[in-house]
Design a protein around this ligand. Structure first.
Ligand SMILES: [Fe+2]
Ligand SMILES: [Fe+2]
Length: 178
């Protein structure tokens, strides 16, 4: 039992290390000001997709490039506009935003091929070409599961995850404030 909780603590710590490293190297926290689904901010959505992809990867005991998995998932919706604001410029957003996120991320960070694939293909099958790596498949599935959860869970989504992360940007759980 003690070994299990130690293992979980180390796994959480490693995830937080990846997250904080990426925050320090980018302006990822800026996406907290945009809503994603329901009362979930885009930052909280990306953290949730990254965290559950990471947990599932560990659960499978298959070999995953964990830091690339987490970074790609955190960056998969790295764009700076409200997709639901009715602006005609955002027409076709659902199929176009992976390319926008990839371009934004590429301007700030040196991305690996796995990270690029995760971002570019996360909306598959809406975006044509299928994911190439197991990391990309996992993020694409986690993204869809999280989106459904966020759509139905309007009040205080991801409570445990927000507590675990202890991050100010993730603590309020709603529109622009978080
Ligand atoms: Fe997306
Ligand atoms: Fe997403």
């Amino acid at each position: 039992m003690k070994r299990n909780s130690e293992k979980l603590f180390l796994e959480h710590s490693l995830f937080q290390t990846y997250y904080r490293k990426l925050l320090a190297a980018s302006d990822l926290e800026q996406i907290a000001q945009y809503p994603q689904h329901g009362s979930t901010s885009r930052l909280l959505h990306c953290v949730a997709v990254a965290y559950y992809s990471y947990r599932f990867a560990l659960f499978t005991r298959l070999t995953f490039h964990l830091e690339e998995l987490v970074r790609g998932a955190l960056l998969h919706d790295y764009f700076f506009y409200d997709a639901q604001d009715g602006d005609p410029a955002h027409k076709g957003h659902w199929s176009r935003h992976p390319a926008i996120a990839l371009e934004n991320a590429g301007q700030k960070l040196a991305l690996t091929r796995i990270e690029e694939d995760i971002i570019a293909k996360h909306m598959f099958p809406l975006t044509g070409r299928p994911p190439r790596y197991r990391e990309s498949v996992l993020v694409s599935l986690a993204d869809k599961a999280c989106s459904v959860y966020e759509f139905f869970r309007r009040r205080s989504p991801y409570q445990k995850l927000r507590q675990m992360m202890g991050s100010e940007q993730l603590s309020a759980g709603g529109r622009p404030a978080l």
